[in-house]
Structures are given as C-alpha cells and as structure tokens.
Design a protein around this ligand. Structure first.
Ligand SMILES: Cc1ncc(COP(=O)(O)O)c(C=O)c1O
Length: 440
C-alpha cells in the first residue's frame, strides 16, 4: 500500500484522523494517505519525496499542470498589491472581458468562489426569471453540493435501465422538500425527457445539463439531445443552463462551441481560476440582468471572496495560454492516451474499456450498453475493481481520481502520456488480479 508504512505521510494521516472527520475536509480525498509538498509541471512531490505523475490536476483544475510560469508570475504580481479589498479590481474586468470574448453565449459574467456556487446561482436565476420553483437535471450527474444539484447525483446504477428516473436525496436525511422541486430527467434520452418536461411544464424554471459528464465517462451529450432540450426550453418557457465547470476545457469557447445550441446561462469553474478557488455564471445580457443589483426582484449575488484578485490574475494568465492551438495539441494527447490504453486492454484481453473526450479519460470494468447513465456509469459490482485500480495506479506513482478517471494537462510530454498509459494498463490488470503489484 502506498505510502510505505512508517512514512511521514502515514504519520500526518494519523494526526489528521484526530482532528478531522476521518482525517479529511474533502470526501474525494479521505483515503488518499499521501500529502503533497509541491508540484512542477506534470508531477507532484509528496512530503516523503516521492514523485507522482499527476492524472488528477486537482480534479480537473490545473490545465497547465503545476507552477505554470505565466500563472505564477501573475500571482506574484498581484500578491505584491495585496490580497483582497472591499473594492473591485481591474483583474475582474479583464477576466470578464476575456470570457465574454471567448464564449459566444456570454454577454455578461459574474464571479464567485466555486463551481457549486456557480450552479446554485444559475439555478436561482432561472427560478427568479421564470417565477417557477422547479429545476430539471439529469439523473446521476454531478453538479456540486447545492441541495438542488445533489438530487439523484449518485443514483444507484441499474445496468441498461431505460425509463423514468426517480428523484432521490443524496443522503438519508436530506431536505425532503427539495425532491419536490427537482425533476430528474434521463441523460441522452430525448423522448422520456420530453414527456417529463411536458408533465411539469408550468413549474420548471430551468434545465441544467453537463455536456461531458464525468459520471458517464465524459461521453459527449448527443447533439440531438442538446437540441431537443433547447427546443423544449423555448417552447415551455424554461431557461437552458449548461454546467461547463469541467467541460469548458474541451474547446476554446467551451464544450458548447461543439454544438449548434446557445444556452441562456452557463456555470463555469475549475480552469478559469488558474488553480485558485473560482466559479462564474455567464449568459445573455437579458438573462444576466437578474444579477443586476439595481434591478428590483433580482437574485442577490454576494460573496466576500467573489472575484478574488488572486483568482482573477491567475485565471486570466492561465486562459491567455490556453489558446486554440494549445487545446488542439492537448486533446490530441488525450486521443493518443485513450488509444494506447484501448490497445493495451485489447492485447491483454482485459474485460475493461476506456471512455472520454479531449483531455479526459475514464476507465470502466464492465461493457458499455448504450449512451445513458445506466448504460455507462460504474455498476455496483465494479466498485471493488475501481478501488483496486486506484490503489494499483498509486502504487505505480500515478495519481488518478477516485472513480477511475483522469485528466491530463498541457504540461504532459509524450513520455508522460506513455508512462500514464503503461501504468493504467498494468493497474487494470492488477485490479482484475491478473498481475502482481509493483514494488513500492
Ligand atoms: C460538472 C461540475 N459541476 C460542478 C462542480 C462543483 O465545483 P466545485 O467543486 O468547484 O464546487 C464540479 C466539481 O467537480 C463539476 O465537475
């Protein structure tokens, strides 16, 4: 098991257990057991001096890997000016100008501190604009931890199930009234989605969609599904909201650029803050008016750390270096990584498969049965394999996210891609107990 018994990480982990619930502030990290000391490019060095190839990049945040020079310079310059102010700073305007120029559907944008907040504000905006209380979201998809967003975000996977999804609370005691306000629709199933939306036509204010959801292996939403949502939103008077917190990296103007569909609002996060905490909501001037503080009856958009000067500086430097040519090159590396894994799986005759798009990769240990959540997402019987895969990858000093997902940064060299592919194939083999663990 990584890290080795008696390591400094193990000692810190024991201390953490005494002062935090199961030693962690982040559910996705509670079992990590290795503590980061610093990062450089595609690698993290932990406090035991072990170098780890970073396939997490802090859960899809660090698009240029660690200590990206222009981002670090921008941060140092801003640090020299002070940390935060009860006045706006120029950096906020510069990042807003950048996003408005970059994303076709965005005339206006506002900044907050996390993707969760961005999705929450977008949902509140849709409810306020339409004066309807319900939100529609896809079963199984993750949109952060706002109560409404959490509904059915980890619905039990029933392989191959097609039909009407059920709204579920994310914990035994969630807020039951939230279930009444969140209507769950099946990802990529336009016919059933249409029936559900029509049934609640007078009550739903907004439909939220992730165009490349992590829970379904970053499989791109079917263009006909996205078009159907736009058509239905227009016909039934609902707002269409894209959650591009993660998918924004896929194309220069966000994943939405790959579809001929314009959302009313978009939630952003992750890479647009350059590694600092961030969220943003952008959209048409008409929809964004709801955040205008001088408008009566609007949504109150407040937050002590909204548009934090360090975030604005880091975000702009990062995005200025994430140009079309950088994205094309990165996505090609993602294609190569998936192709290498696919060929390794075939060569070894492993009952696994790889999904993903652009710089996203996701490993599954059971066959895909279609295009929806129940056809792709990890099944209950895969969970032990997912866990063993993660642990085997860690033993090979490759950090992947806990759900057998990874993403690569522009800091990945061709050799890093090859190293990641080899570690992943070996780790899949080990998950199936078909090889011995590597020496730690
Ligand atoms: C699609 C999507 N939406 C929302 C969120 C929530 O963002 P944050 O963790 O910054 O609150 C995430 C986080 O992983 C995400 O992937």
């Amino acid at each position: 098991m990584f890290p080795a018994a008696g390591s400094r990480s193990e000692e810190v982990y024991k201390r953490a257990q005494r002062v935090m619930p199961h030693g962690s502030s982040r559910k996705s990290l509670y079992d990590m057991r290795s503590y980061a000391h610093c990062g450089e490019g595609s690698r993290i060095r932990d406090i035991d001096g072990t170098y780890i190839l970073d396939g997490s990049n802090n859960f899809m945040v660090l698009i240029h890997g660690h200590r990206h020079a222009p981002t670090m310079t921008a941060l140092s310059e801003q640090l020299g000016h002070g940390l935060s102010f009860g006045l706006p700073v120029l950096g906020e305007v510069l990042l807003a100008e950048h996003l408005c120029a970059r994303v076709a559907s965005v005339d206006h944008v506002v900044f907050c501190s996390s993707g969760t907040e961005a999705v929450m504000h977008a949902m509140k905006a849709a409810r306020s604009i339409t004066k309807r209380q319900k939100i529609a979201k896809c079963e199984g998809l993750y949109h952060g931890t706002y109560d409404y967003a959490e509904v059915s975000n980890a619905a039990p996977v029933k392989p191959g199930f097609q039909g009407f999804p059920v709204s579920r609370l994310s914990s035994d005691f969630g807020m039951p009234h939230v279930l009444e306000d969140v209507v769950v629709i099946p990802f990529n199933d336009a016919a059933v989605t249409e029936q559900i939306l029509r049934e609640h036509a007078q009550e739903i204010g907004g439909i939220v969609l992730d165009l490349a959801p992590s829970r379904v292996g970053y499989v791109a939403a079917d263009p006909s599904y996205v078009k159907a949502l736009r058509r239905l939103a227009d016909e039934l008077g609902m707002l269409l909201i894209f959650d591009e917190v993660a998918s924004f990296r896929l194309s220069y103007g966000g994943a939405q650029e790959l579809y001929d569909v314009t959302p009313d609002l978009t939630a952003f996060g992750k890479i647009i803050g350059g590694g600092m905490p961030v969220g943003a909501v952008g959209g048409s001037a008409k929809a964004m008016k709801i955040f205008d503080p001088t408008e009566k009856g609007g949504v109150s958009f407040t937050g002590t750390f909204n548009a934090h000067p360090l975030t604005m500086a880091a975000g702009l430097a990062t995005l200025n270096h994430y140009r079309v040519e950088d994205i094309v090159a990165l996505n090609k590396k993602g294609d190569r990584l998936r192709a290498m894994i696919r060929s390794g799986i075939a060569k070894q005759g492993l009952p696994a498969h790889v999904e993903g798009s652009g710089s996203f990769v996701s490993i599954f240990f059971a066959p895909r049965m279609g295009n929806g959540y129940h056809a792709i997402a990890h099944r209950p019987e895969e969970q032990a394999l997912v866990q063993r895969f993660w642990s085997a990858a860690m033993d090979r000093h490759l950090l992947v996210d806990v759900s057998a997902r990874l993403n690569i940064s522009t800091a990945y060299s061709d050799a890093d891609v090859e190293e990641a592919a080899a570690a992943i194939i070996e780790s899949i083999e080990e998950a199936f107990n078909r090889s011995q663990p590597a020496a730690a």
